[in-house]
Design a binder for this molecule. Structure first.
Ligand SMILES: [Zn+2]
Ligand SMILES: [Zn+2]
Length: 167
């Protein structure tokens, strides 16, 4: 409320330029004012600090080109627009809360290959862990995006690795 902050008797010319809500009787004028102030919200405007790149990347996620991995292996590179044969890789996997549970540990989903590569970067012992024999077939990592811990079976991880080796 800019008007409210103007000191009494201030020399600013501000209030004269716009409508003064204080002297307007409630009625049609008030309705119009509401409509006018609401209209711009319908047009989507990028929040401050949002780069064009992040807007494009989120669109690419919506259409399925890119997964939640910030360095998604399948995300189009700059200059790829001319490339006509963009293949959409639809398979997604997510980290889960517990062994035997299908409940995701967070809302992020990844191409299996991207999850493997991103998790391997964060945990250099991942390969060794997924190859180790032990009673625990569950291998837990932090989500590459939000760091919330979740896991998958070791055989799933090995499967992801197999897929990643072919990319
Ligand atoms: Zn991906
Ligand atoms: Zn997450």
């Amino acid at each position: 409320m800019l008007f409210g902050l103007t000191p009494l008797g201030g020399a600013t010319a501000g209030p004269a330029a716009g409508p003064n809500p204080g002297t307007t009787a409630p009625g049609t004028t008030g309705v119009n004012r509401t409509e006018r102030s609401r209209a711009p919200r319908k047009k989507w405007i990028a929040p401050e600090g949002t780069s064009l790149r992040s807007v494009i990347e989120s669109k690419e996620r919506q259409v399925g080109l890119r997964c939640d991995d910030v360095s998604c292996l399948y995300g189009p590179e700059d200059g790829d627009e001319e490339n006509a044969d963009v293949k959409i890789r639809t398979e997604r996997t997510c980290l889960r809360k517990n062994p035997g549970s299908a409940e995701p540990s967070c809302m992020h989903t990844y191409h299996p290959e991207c999850l493997l590569v991103a998790s391997r970067v964060a945990d250099i012992g991942l390969d060794r862990e997924m190859d180790s024999d032990g009673p625990d077939e569950w291998l837990e990592v932090g989500c590459p995006f939000c760091r919330v811990h979740g896991g998958q079976e070791k055989r799933e991880w090995r499967n992801h690795r197999e897929l990643a080796s072919r990319v």
